[in-house]
Design a protein around this ligand. Structure first.
Ligand code: ADP
Ligand code: GLC
Length: 493
């Protein structure tokens, strides 16, 4: 293929190997789309203890059996194995180093509920090992696409330590920010353990007296992208959403791009979802079998005419659950049912646990990570609630649209870019949108949705409209390719 690009794609989680949230869906589906467009795309990620070598058929790579990585005075001997994303030909290299990545959890130790104390070393080692791996493979990427803070030290390393390295002379870097709230911020005392001794010369790395991996990447990447146009603008203009990095972002404003995430409809589509009873826009009645299965699983009474609201989410402040806490009784009094699947902060575990005990016929809660149940909730619910305080993109509202599960969302980030309010735009609306971050505003949207639900003809119109929207990767992957090409041309000038 003409103009075939060599793209090295880096992430700390890639579905189905390791996933805590939407990042993993994107880092799996975007490379698949790039591969299908004919590009040479390869992924590197950590080999966590929870990734089964047998299940995913990880193979040894002779050249990568021994990858020495120097951090300060310590030499770590790592290695890498390779496999493919299931049902694809996208090659993934797993950086294997048990002392750092042997745990089952990715960032937070589920036993303590706290971040692993050596996260700075873990992900710095990953970045150093990635560059070493690339060299051992003799494979010169034209673009290195980094994702979030865990791989954000790559552009910093290339600009500083590898500035004179001819191997990377024609390599451009793109840093995608999936969530500015997570920055990889550490005490400065970690520096010697990262093999960085001249930090005073590199203000790129520091902010507010701390080492900040994301800031380092934002300062040094050739371009920056984030996962929706609205979030791209919010982080440059809103003091809260810029999370302390506004000055940095304003400084880089000419190099920031907002590219909406896509959906992998081979995984998230009710016609071919292995976890649900199939249906499509022409036989919406078959969706009901999933509602029955879901209520049964959730031990809730089944009633076709009781609206069932689904939530699948990390249970963290970002997602707006304090709004739900304030009006939980009123939600129940709308004669609605709520099924929640999620894990995260203990305060939200308690909140939903208590709500489920108080309203056993209306609220059911699953406090775990369960991929299969996530699919059943998408298929079996009538509505899907995402009252996020902020949302860089959000994938579940896009999945919901495809499943005829009408989204109720707050107007922020990617939610604002993907859901159209039925009340304001009855001819176009595919969901319900509220603007103010207030429980009454959310309740009002819920009331409107419940009212619309009981007008059956109109409701199926809203559902079908949502099911027709196309968020497949094609357009967004094309936007990334254009950006890669632009960077590549600039680098070679
Ligand atoms: P975020 O990345 O902020 O968590 P997104 O909406 O982009 O939000 O993506 C969330 C992804 O994680 C979706 O694929 C969703 O189904 C999945 N997910 C979140 N929590 C759970 C859970 N407890 N069990 C299964 N899947 C989950
Ligand atoms: C982040 C964001 C979410 C986004 C996902 C994938 O986790 O919180 O909004 O959809 O990354 O880009």
């Amino acid at each position: 293929m003409k103009n075939r690009l060599r793209i090295l794609f880096l992430a700390s989680e890639v579905s189905p190997f390791a996933k805590t949230g939407g990042l993993a869906d994107v880092t799996s589906s975007l490379p698949k789309a790039l591969y299908e467009m004919g590009h040479d795309v390869r992924i590197i990620m950590p080999k966590y203890g929870s990734i089964s070598e047998r299940r995913y058929i990880l193979r040894e790579v002779i050249r990568l059996k021994k990858i020495p990585v120097l951090m300060g005075k310590t030499e770590h001997i790592t290695c890498a194995k390779s496999a493919f994303i299931p049902d694809s030909k996208v090659q993934v290299y797993f950086l294997d180093y048990t002392p750092y990545f042997g745990h089952n959890d990715l960032y937070v130790d589920s036993k303590t509920g706290k971040d692993y104390p050596d996260n700075a070393e873990r992900f710095m080692l990953l970045c150093r090992a990635i560059l070493a791996t690339t060299k051992l493979l003799h494979w010169q990427p034209q673009v290195i696409h980094c994702n979030d803070w865990q791989t954000a030290m790559i552009p910093w390393l290339l600009k500083h330590e590898f500035a004179d390295d001819t191997f990377f002379a024609n390599t451009s870097t793109l840093l995608s920010v999936h969530n500015l709230a997570y920055q990889g911020s550490f005490e400065k005392s970690v520096l010697p353990h990262l093999g960085i001794s001249n930090a005073h010369e590199t203000p790129d790395l520091e902010i507010y007296g701390r080492v900040n991996f994301l800031k380092a990447g934002l300062m040094t990447a050739d371009a920056i992208s984030t996962v929706s146009p609205t979030y791209a603008s919010e982080i440059q203009n809103d003091d809260e959403l810029s999370a302390g990095l506004k000055d940095v972002l304003v400084q880089r404003k000419d190099d920031i791009y907002g590219i909406l995430n896509g959906v992998d409809y081979s995984v998230w589509s009710p016609e071919n979802d292995a976890f649900v009873s199939p249906y499509n826009a022409d036989n919406l009645d078959d969706k009901l079998a999933n509602k029955k299965a879901l209520t049964q699983k959730a031990k809730l009474p089944f009633d076709e005419m009781t609206p069932l609201i689904g939530i699948v989410s990390r249970l963290v402040d970002q997602k707006g659950f304090d709004l739900i806490a304030e009006v939980i009784e009123k939600i129940v009094s709308l004669k609605a049912q709520l099924v929640v699947l999620g894990t995260g902060d203990k305060k939200y575990h308690k909140l939903f646990d208590k709500a489920a005990k108080s309203y056993p016929d209306n609220i059911a809660v699953f406090l775990k990570f369960d991929e299969e149940l996530a699919h059943l909730i998408e298929a079996g619910s009538d509505m899907f609630l995402m009252p996020s305080r902020f949302e860089p993109c959000g994938l579940n509202q896009m999945y919901s649209l495809r499943y005829g599960t009408v989204p109720i969302v707050r107007k922020t980030g990617g939610l604002a870019d993907t859901v159209i309010d039925f009340v304001q735009e009855p001819d176009k609306g595919n969901g319900f949108v509220f603007e103010e971050y207030h429980s009454n505003a959310m309740l009002n949207a819920l009331q409107n949705a419940v009212k619309a639900f009981h007008d059956r003809k109109n409701w199926s119109k809203i559902q079908r409209r949502g099911m027709k929207v196309d968020f497949s990767w094609h357009n967004s992957a094309e936007s990334y390719v254009k950006l890669y090409q632009k960077l590549d041309v600039k680098k070679r000038k």
